[in-house]
Design a protein around this ligand. Structure first.
Ligand SMILES: [Zn+2]
Length: 535
């Protein structure tokens, strides 16, 4: 591993300026954005066991098997041209369960700014391609491996390492577009369908995909945990060559329609190939394993790019800020600071402002708040504006425990950047720390009205309610949070607790009762599916 990292450092630092000092796969889970140390501890209220062994992942997924198999055995064929038998709903459930495992494992990167950015990028592709009917959720994986993957239900994960080796927003978009094509072309459903007789293995393959996502290039971990099954499962992880070809072709259309650089797909594949060949020490980046870059793939991508007319790509500066933020999470905080210092000194950057922002983020991890403040002031005095700079400024005020200033700051920042959701998370957080739970609740309820599915907001709402002594609200928000995380049993418990709390008005009480009934019905349906399998 160390050897491989040394190669990475030499080759890529010269070329990309990124990826050096990447943590080892397992250490990657230590990646906790210091800036977010408070919000990531939010779930402390009713936290599910933080880390669960892999076996749990397999068991949980196997619980889903009945639903899935039921969908296959009992539902009529939909008459889809592809002959797909797995319903979209079954896929969604599988995906939700896998997401739950990912969150519980700590592999899901708890960073609203990064995840919001990935979703905005995905939304740009969707807007430009109205024919796409599927829904997507994009998220970052707290791992330095070079990997990206699509799960059933439209959940698309991108490892930090992959974002860091992309050089432009178009390259990153090309990866998203390719993964989106796997979903729109129903490759998962087809894959499962082919393996109908061996459905269990298909599901186990999904669990292994989750594990692979977790450990990045962690062949060793998988090998140990899954033993002799590993090799067998590996084959289920891979889409067929035709699937990959189709994802390249369809993904390319998505990409260019959204006005990204049409050459980006080919450029990124070439870079992957270089990374792959230099890491030929047995540790192949995950993405290379599932997406072998062949001369043919690069040739096809190049040919497609060549045939279109040249248009200037529409790239946002957000990409550079997000990439800098992710780079600040890599390796020891001190090394991250040094990385950005020398990048600034040697003028090795594509965006000076984003590089300085990365320095500030690294200083935050080092807990050198004074210097972070000074470096941020350099940006602000140059009148460089970006919502991520604003959010960072607020974080410095929080860390310095300047709560009244922080409250005022966030209130203004939300007016200036109403769609930067990090700020909507930070304001109630700082109000809670300033011991103003009622104001926190008012703020979070305003935000929730615009974004009722935001899990972090629901968490904050539950906490604000608890600290305000409002039992019914506390349990209701917690129930909503669990329901959106696919934890129906937990949700039911909370809605029942809410209806017994007795401190809400008539409308609130009847609302939680109806939510409890809905969730109960859903649970009964699940149980029925399970019985149907064994009859
Ligand atoms: Zn693929």
């Amino acid at each position: 591993m160390a050897k491989c990292e040394a190669v990475f450092t030499k080759e890529l630092e010269a070329q990309l300026g990124y990826l050096s000092n990447m943590p080892k796969p397992n250490a990657a889970f230590a990646v906790t954005p210091v800036r977010r140390s408070n919000s990531s501890a939010l779930s402390g209220l009713h936290r599910e066991s933080a880390t669960r062994p892999v076996i749990a992942a397999l068991t949980a997924l196997s619980l889903l098997l009945p639903t899935f198999a039921y969908a296959q055995n009992s539902l009529p064929e939909l008459g889809d041209s592809s002959g797909v038998l797995v319903t979209g709903q079954a896929e969604k459930k599988l995906g939700m369960e896998a997401m739950r495992e990912l969150r519980a494992s700590g592999a899901y990167l708890q960073d609203p700014e990064v995840n919001a950015y990935l979703n905005e990028l995905g939304a740009r592709i969707l807007t430009a391609n109205p024919s796409i009917r599927d829904q997507f959720e994009f998220f970052a994986v707290a791992d330095s491996g070079v990997n990206a993957f699509a799960m059933p239900g439209g959940y698309i994960g991108v490892n930090m390492g992959l974002v860091l080796i992309t050089q432009s927003e178009s390259e990153l978009a090309s990866v998203l577009a390719h993964e989106m094509a796997h979903v729109t072309q129903k490759h998962y459903a087809r894959m499962m369908d082919d393996q109908r007789k061996n459905a269990w293995m298909g599901i186990a393959g999904l669990a292994a995909a989750v594990l692979a996502a977790k450990s990045g290039k962690g062949d060793a971990a998988q090998g140990v945990l899954l033993g002799s099954q590993a090799a067998q499962i590996q084959s289920y992880l891979n889409f067929s060559r035709e699937n990959e070809r189709e994802a390249d072709r369809v993904g390319f259309q998505y990409l260019t329609r959204a006005q990204f650089d049409s050459g980006a797909m080919g450029t990124f594949m070439e870079r992957l190939q270089r990374v792959g060949s230099i890491s030929d020490t047995g540790v192949v980046p995950g993405y290379m394993r599932t997406h072998p870059v062949t001369v043919e793939r690069i040739g096809d991508a190049r040919a497609r790019a060549g045939s279109g007319e040249f248009k200037l790509a529409r790239e946002s500066t957000d990409f550079h800020y997000v990439r800098a933020l992710l780079r600040s999470y890599v390796g020891e905080p001190k090394a991250a600071v040094t990385f950005f210092e020398s990048a600034l000194e040697e003028r090795k950057y594509s965006s000076e402002a984003a590089t300085r922002y990365g320095l500030v983020a690294s200083l935050m991890r080092l807990r050198d708040f004074d210097r972070a403040k000074r470096e941020l002031a350099v940006l602000e005095s140059a009148r460089i504006k970006h919502p991520m700079i604003a959010a960072m400024h607020g974080q410095i005020l929080i860390q310095n425990e300047e709560f009244p200033e922080a409250v005022k700051f966030f209130e203004q920042a939300i007016v200036e950047y109403p769609n930067h959701w990090q700020l909507h998370h930070d304001l109630p957080e700082v109000l809670l720390r300033a011991k103003q739970p009622k104001r926190a609740l008012a703020s979070v309820e305003r935000s929730l009205a615009r974004r009722p599915d935001d899990i972090t907001l629901l968490e904050l709402a539950a906490r604000s309610s608890a600290e305000s002594g409002l039992k019914m609200k506390q349990h209701r928000f917690l129930g909503e949070q669990y329901a959106r995380q696919g934890n129906l049993r937990g949700a039911l418990d909370q809605f029942e607790l809410a209806s017994k709390a007795g401190d809400g008005d008539y409308y609130e009480a009847s609302y939680v009762e109806s939510r409890a009934r809905e969730v109960k019905r859903e649970l009964q349906l699940l149980a029925k599916d399970k019985r149907a399998l064994f009859e």
